[in-house]
Design a protein around this ligand. Sequence first.
Ligand SMILES: NC(=O)c1ccc[n+]([C@@H]2O[C@H](COP(=O)([O-])OP(=O)(O)OC[C@H]3O[C@@H](n4cnc5c(N)ncnc54)[C@H](OP(=O)(O)O)[C@@H]3O)[C@@H](O)[C@H]2O)c1
Length: 243
Amino acid sequence: MSVSTSSATPPVAIVTGGSRGLGRALVAGLLDHGWSVVTDGRDPDRLADAAAELSTATGDLDRLVALAGDVEDERHLDDLVAAADRLGRLDLVVLNAGGLGPSPLPRLAELDPTALVELFAVNAVAPLRLVQRALPALRANRGTVVAVTSDAAAEAYEGWGAYGATKAALEHLARVLAAEEPEVTVHRIDPGDLRTDMHQAAFPGEDISDRPPPEVAVPGILRIVAERRPSGQRWAAQAEVPA
Ligand SMILES: NC(=O)c1ccc[n+]([C@@H]2O[C@H](COP(=O)([O-])OP(=O)(O)OC[C@H]3O[C@@H](n4cnc5c(N)ncnc54)[C@H](OP(=O)(O)O)[C@@H]3O)[C@@H](O)[C@H]2O)c1
């Protein structure tokens, strides 16, 4: 799959939460397809280890910038966008980093409202803050925003009320963004169930080895972005490229 570029300047993606799980797999996929990538994660050691492995696998240390930080920190968001500007032409922002909330998943009757507020901050408010900073470049470059969502945003699964509400909020922000920003393509992409730390936290103590690794969602996400599909739509990554 080739990278769609409108000039010779290298395309740059920001992928939040690239130190493990889906974000890390997506960073690897983007690097493989010629993108330069800026990514992050709060744990600096885990991020540094991931970046070292990804750079070694790619054989190119210059196309990956890994900045330790929290997406709730506005200065860190400024740093992500500035790093992308230094690397080349910002074409893609993937809103991937996020949280699950309390584990085990509480029923709404027992949900701590403070935890819900914190989850909205990381899953909906922080992504909007990042998009606001990236918009000037994304408009100029006719770039793409990918909001990583979940079926829990649409379905009423017991215990998933907090997480699902924050993902529903993220999805609605993405839909309105698509309506307001005709020069930017905005996708909502559900990666499907994946064998990650977040998924394990949703099913504590359970064997989740039957779930596929996060790499299975990557070809679908890359295809949706590369094909420059219509803005404002919702896609299921694993349905794009059946196993
Ligand atoms: N796994 C699934 O089955 C599944 C299904 C549907 C949707 N999703 C969505 O897919 C995305 C990735 O999920 P995942 O399962 O890969 O999660 P994960 O395994 O928990 O990984 C999350 C990544 O985001 C980073 N992160 C978390 N909070 C952050 C913050 N405040 N600031 C910066 N980085 C942060 C983590 O690093 P640090 O902890 O070091 O910060 C890590 O790199 C999420 O949006 C999730 O909702 C997952």
